[in-house]
Design a protein around this ligand. Sequence first.
Ligand code: 5FU
Length: 267
Amino acid sequence: PSFLTQTYSERAKVNDNACAKKLLELMDKKKTNLSVAIDVTKKDDIIRIADLLGPYICVLKTHIDIVEDFDMELVETLKQLAQKHEFLIFEDRKFADIGNTVKHQYEGGVYKIASWSDITNAHPIPGEGIIKGLKEVGLPLNRALLLLAEMSSKGTLAKGQYTLDTIEMAKRNTDFVIGFIGQNRIYDNGDNSQDFLYLTPGVGLETKGDSLGQQYRTPHQVIVESGCDIIIVGRGVYGAKDDAEIKERAEKYRKAGWDAYLERIGQ
Ligand code: 5FU
């Protein structure tokens, strides 16, 4: 049978990537397939929201290079919160250069992403060397990679053959690549030799998009109709008026995502 109709914990049992296994396990345990993108620019706000939302999320997504007062204390605190609330950290870095360059960008520089982020992602555009470079740094640390197979934004060039070739690239690197950022479950089709996770941004219940090309679909469209695994929500959650409303919104998206998952697996 396809992974599409299996529970997250059933899938955890047969996934031999430590990071993917941990993620699938904690999703069932916490009953959440919600990832929140905390795209705010002050350290204290990120920490406050991360602590607030910890119980509702399986993955905390960051854009570390938008933080104005970044220091290593921020990522140390996020690591502690990840332990306290049991979530994984995903730095949405979207690496896109040759292997040798991304290796340095991933391991070093100001942010030292590999030292604190469980998961990161890369565009397949440079070819497979990008995976090889990131893998040299990430594998010894038990990190995992997502490839950007599709994007949520209007006019994206990541489609058609590009997307199909991305899947093939992932299949050749299953020791490190655990899945995709994408809009549809492209690879599966009853072939369950490899269980890839699909994490999907561009999720919103209130609006259809923004003025800069973002396009939103509902959790039901993403999880049931498109067969993806994790919904990524940014402004739909953190863009509330106060902490109480941020929590309310997180619970609303968590429930919508989880109900959609239960519908999909027939429970
Ligand atoms: F790869 C992608 C993509 O295709 N679309 C996205 O929106 C990533 N994103 C990220 O998800 C984007 O950089 C934001 O961090 C987040 C979506 O935020 P929103 O506020 O829910 O639109």
